[in-house]
Design a binder for this molecule. Structure first.
Ligand code: ZN
Ligand code: ZN
Length: 662
């Protein structure tokens, strides 16, 4: 009798696979149930291996209990994308598998991977296409549909240029060839509008996949995609490895968006993983944006990406004008200057809409004793508590802990408190008193939490006449608000002076994106940027609205300084209850690497948020010109760490291509 040995990935935070045996030949990527300690777990067959030599010394190799499905989870190229991700991001393989399979397949239960009977028929609704494409759109569709095999294309389309229509035409092409298409968006809130465009265009099921769906819904969509029942999927980053049968195209909309990066647990970029997948599957990928990432622009420069432009807006109108408003001598009410309020009044009087952008939710970011200056802080994080009027609580935006509002100061016992700064709630309150007859619509994390809340808000915005929309990032992304003719940006300064990684890239993208929400019905749309730095060189360049020029300058600068995308960066993060444990561990890492050529190290440094959920946080930067070289160094470090007593006292993680130092 033959016995086969397998490397099995187990969903545990361990950077290794485990060896199991079976009398059966099992395909890679198949789910099996295995004994682990005294538990029964789901494992995934990683590879078939030779009979282990150490057999006997390490105890008997356990047997696989059962094969759970007749089909593997993924076909070869997606399987290999997962191996790549685990290797590139240095993350435990079992957890990487788990990220891309529905929750219900991660545990021992009755769910099985098997075909669902009904196949959806697709047809194109020609009625939905009774309008002409612009010249640029037409050219873009022609250029992009030429692609065969792996070819990444950057679709640079200014805001309002009709990128979605290009996506629809490319999807039609796929459907005609009986191929499937995957469309990724950065935020769940952007899925409803895209879904309705696709539903208008196609008869046949359009699948949605994101984390706010129920586990059983997600499993159903995943199985339908896998067995070819669904040919069009719209999803967020967890959908990037959706096992669509006969996939012909991947589209990543708003490719510059930071939300494609998962920042907790398995830190990966769905954009980058999407590109890797399309390479391994040898299919085209289209990355769309009005403010492309520096990474993509660099690859265009090196002719590794093709670039296709849509430079004119669908309505033929000019982009809005960006104006910097000096607020150094203006008193602010809830973050708003008097001059801003009077410009807003004119717009409201004309029956038009205003968008007010502030990158902070809640009422006031600082709650302070008027007598001794005591400031309310989170007990377990190094952050000030934000007063939320709607909940009458002080809330930590780091760990979401809610505290009762102090009646008297814990230090001096006085009972007079002041609010400082402004968040969305405070701006909303100020606007309600300044514009009592106008409807004020707040869009932030708190107001959109409930299922369907965002759709209701968007509907209200479209059906209202004069109105003021107040919101965070959510308002800045991808939506069309045709009645908005004025946008106001309240705290752009934070972005201009931020020490964050690629801060200028982010703030320029944000300003251009916010301005892009406005002016679709009006030639005279304006964007007011309130600033204390009206003469800032970068602000003045961004103000011209020419993103490409500014991005090119950022690229030149980063090249000179050897910063990403011209080098690869890894943050080695460490957190522990004491600062000393972090520093002991990180300093030993620095020492270990000190003689290595080809890498630069900075640190140890405290993270921007130096304490979170009761733990101190520090990091070192490890930088190299070559990705493959950095990968080797990190592998070497991982092996070293295993031997160190210092590493046992901390929680450490590599953050590859980090987007922030928070
Ligand atoms: Zn006090
Ligand atoms: Zn906290």
């Amino acid at each position: 009798m033959n016995i086969f040995y397998y490397d099995v990935a187990v969903s545990l935070p361990l950077r290794q696979c485990f060896t199991y045996s079976s009398e059966l030949k099992i395909k890679k990527g198949t789910r099996v149930s295995i004994p682990f300690g005294n538990r029964l777990l789901v494992g995934v067959i990683n590879k078939n291996i030779q009979k282990p030599q150490l057999l006997g010394k390490i105890g008997a190799i356990k047997e696989i209990i059962s094969i759970m499905d007749a089909y593997p989870l993924f076909e070869k190229s997606i399987f290999n994308s997962i191996l790549w991700a685990s290797d590139y991001y240095h993350h435990p393989i079992g957890e990487v598998f788990n990220t891309f399979i529905p929750t219900q397949l991660r545990k021992i239960n009755n769910n099985k991977i098997e075909p669902i009977e009904k196949i959806s028929e697709y047809s194109i609704n020609e009625e939905d296409k009774k309008f002409n494409l612009t010249k640029d759109q037409n050219k873009a569709v022609k250029e992009l549909s030429k692609a065969k095999g792996f070819l990444p294309s950057l679709l640079y389309g200014v805001t309002g240029s009709g990128k979605t229509e290009v996506y629809l035409r490319l999807a039609e092409d796929c459907i005609r060839k009986n191929k499937a298409v995957l469309i990724l968006v950065p935020e769940i809130n952007l899925t409803p509008q895209l879904l309705s465009r696709f539903e208008d265009r196609f008869d046949g099921e359009i699948g949605l996949y994101h984390s706010r769906q129920t586990p059983s819904k997600r499993l159903k969509i995943w199985l339908k995609a896998k067995f070819g029942n669904i040919k069009i999927i719209i999803g967020t980053r967890s959908a990037v490895l959706m096992p669509l049968k006969d996939i012909g195209l991947i589209i990543i909309d708003e490719e510059h968006d930071q939300s494609f990066r998962q920042s907790e647990g398995f830190k990966f970029s769905a954009r980058d993983l999407g590109i890797k997948r399309s390479q391994l599957q040898d299919i085209p990928i289209v990355l769309g944006s009005a403010t492309p990432s520096l990474q993509s622009l660099k690859l265009v420069g090196e002719k590794k990406f093709k670039k296709v432009d849509i430079l004119s807006r669908v309505d033929g109108r000019k982009p809005p004008k960006l104006i910097a408003l000096d607020i150094n001598n203006s008193p602010l009410i809830g973050g708003l200057a008097m001059e801003t309020i009077s410009v807003m009044q004119n717009v409201i009087n004309k029956g038009e809409q205003v968008l007010v952008f502030i990158n902070r939710r809640g009422f006031a970011p600082l709650y302070q004793c008027g007598s001794c200056g005591w400031v309310a802080e989170c007990k377990s994080c190094d952050t000030n508590l934000v007063f939320h009027q709607s909940r009458n609580r002080l809330i930590c935006h780091r760990c979401e802990s809610a505290y009762a509002v102090n009646k008297c100061c814990p230090v001096c016992n006085e009972d007079e408190f002041h609010f400082h700064g402004a968040g969305t709630e405070r701006v909303e309150e100020v606007l309600e008193s300044s514009f009592p007859k106008t409807s004020i619509i707040r869009v932030d994390h708190d107001s959109t939490k409930k299922v369907g809340a965002m759709e209701a808000i968007v509907k209200k915005i479209h059906s209202s006449e004069a109105a003021i929309l107040v919101g965070t990032q959510m308002l800045a992304k991808g939506h069309d608000f045709p009645k908005v003719t004025l946008s106001v940006i309240l705290n752009a300064d934070n972005g201009l002076i931020s020490p964050e990684i690629n801060a200028l890239e982010k703030i320029s993208q944000l300003l251009i994106q916010v301005s892009g929400r406005a002016g679709r019905n009006n030639n005279l749309a304006k964007v007011i940027i309130q600033t204390r730095y009206p003469d800032d060189i970068n602000l003045n360049k961004i103000k011209t609205g020419n993103y490409m020029n500014f991005a090119k300058q950022c690229l030149d600068n980063n090249m000179k300084m050897n910063l990403p995308p011209y080098s690869t960066l890894c943050l080695l993060r460490s957190s522990s209850p004491t600062q000393k444990s972090n520093l002991d561990f990180l300093e030993k890492a620095v020492l270990t690497l000190s003689n290595r050529r080809g890498i630069n190290i900075i640190g140890p440094l405290p993270s921007l948020i130096s304490k979170s959920k009761g733990n101190y946080r520090h990091h070192i930067y490890i930088q190299s010109s070559k990705k493959t070289f950095l990968n080797k160094v990190l592998k070497f470090l991982t092996v070293e760490f295993d031997k160190w007593p210092e590493s046992k006292k901390v929680k450490w993680a590599f953050d590859i291509d980090p987007i922030d130092i928070n």
